[in-house]
Design a protein around this ligand. Structure first.
Ligand code: BTN
Length: 315
């Protein structure tokens, strides 16, 4: 497992200079601007080439061509120190959990190129092949655990709004936190929480977004942005847009407003649904979502049932 967080600052600085100069940059110019030897510059260039950057060495210096859809920390300059990228991991939830228990800061983000033990809700596998976007955000809100689900709803609301804005797709939310486009699942979320004496210690929210991958899912018909739009999409732009919008939303929004706003984008209410939890399965009419995110069902005998967390199938 290789953490691309090691020594990222210099690589970020070199890429920034290439972006600014837009042509050939001599080793000497890089070396004097960055205050390191030409040999060190050359070593960094070799590493960047190895990571997929198309940097050409000429007699006059170095030149970068094209752009790659990389998710390395230096690609997110404003939040570089809190981004951890791994080409392959078991699950970003595992790494984020370890970092959170060691005290990492609020809004630390763990990203993976692919996952070999990606997890979905209710112990399902989340197939995580190359091309998808897989990440977990560590949040440290000062709230009691009962309010924590509102953050998951905030995340799905913000992601649905962003997909609409960026790609003009008709993204809707399905209880609890799936995102559907044309009735097909494009994104799922998973959260893990630890609390101490009635205060959240951390809540880790993991996102799986089908971007350029060929998605596989048994519980829902999946789709991807590439399939819908007929072209490859920049995961970096999507992730950067989401992190900015989500961070600003949770910093500036009263959590009481999240569920009412989320309801404007849901396809779950006023339909017959089957809800599967780790304990049982219920069928009924989805009549509301309460202020903390629980789904309220009217069952066939007219009784009301509240479900806090589970999987929902529209019938
Ligand atoms: C679901 O819809 O069942 C939830 C899927 C959550 C998948 C994401 S991918 C990133 C993070 N790491 C995981 O192992 N799972 C979540």
């Amino acid at each position: 497992m290789v953490n691309q967080n090691e020594g990222p600052v210099m690589k970020g600085k070199i890429l920034k200079i290439f972006k600014r100069e837009k042509g050939i940059v001599s080793g000497e110019a890089l070396s004097s601007e960055l205050g390191i030897s030409r040999v060190s510059i050359w070593k960094h260039i070799r590493k960047l080439q190895g990571l997929g950057y198309n940097i050409i060495a000429t007699t006059m210096g170095y030149r970068i061509t094209g752009s790659i859809d990389a998710l390395f920390p230096w690609e997110f300059p404003d939040r570089e120190s809190k981004i951890h990228f791994f080409p392959e991991v078991t699950s970003t939830m595992d790494i984020a959990g370890e970092l959170a228990r060691k005290g990492c800061p609020h809004f630390t983000v763990v990203i993976a190129g692919c996952q070999n033990k990606g997890r979905g809700r209710l112990k399902r596998i989340w197939h995580s092949s190359e091309g998808g976007l897989y990440f977990t955000i560590v949040l440290r809100p000062q709230i009691p655990p009962v309010l924590s689900l509102r953050l998951n709803f905030a995340a799905s609301l913000v992601l649905a709004q962003l997909l609409r804005q960026m790609f003009r797709v008709d993204a809707m939310v399905k209880w609890p936190n799936d995102i559907l486009v044309n009735g097909r699942k494009i994104s799922g979320m998973l959260s893990e929480i630890e609390a101490e004496s009635d205060m959240v210690s951390f809540i880790n929210i993991g996102f799986g977004i089908n971007v350029n991958n060929d998605p596989v899912a048994k519980e829902a018909i999946p789709t991807s942005l590439r399939y819908i739009l007929g072209q490859k999409i920049s995961r970096k732009q999507l992730l950067s847009g989401f992190l900015n919008k989500f961070e600003s939303y949770i910093n500036n929004t009263n959590l009481d407003n999240v569920i009412p706003e989320w309801k404007k984008y849901t396809t779950t209410l006023n339909r017959r649904v089957k809800v599967v939890t780790s304990r049982d399965t219920s069928e009924g009419l989805a009549i509301d979502v309460d202020e903390n995110g629980a789904l309220i069902l009217e069952l066939a005998d007219g009784s009301i049932k509240k479900v806090i967390y589970g999987d929902c199938f529209h019938i």
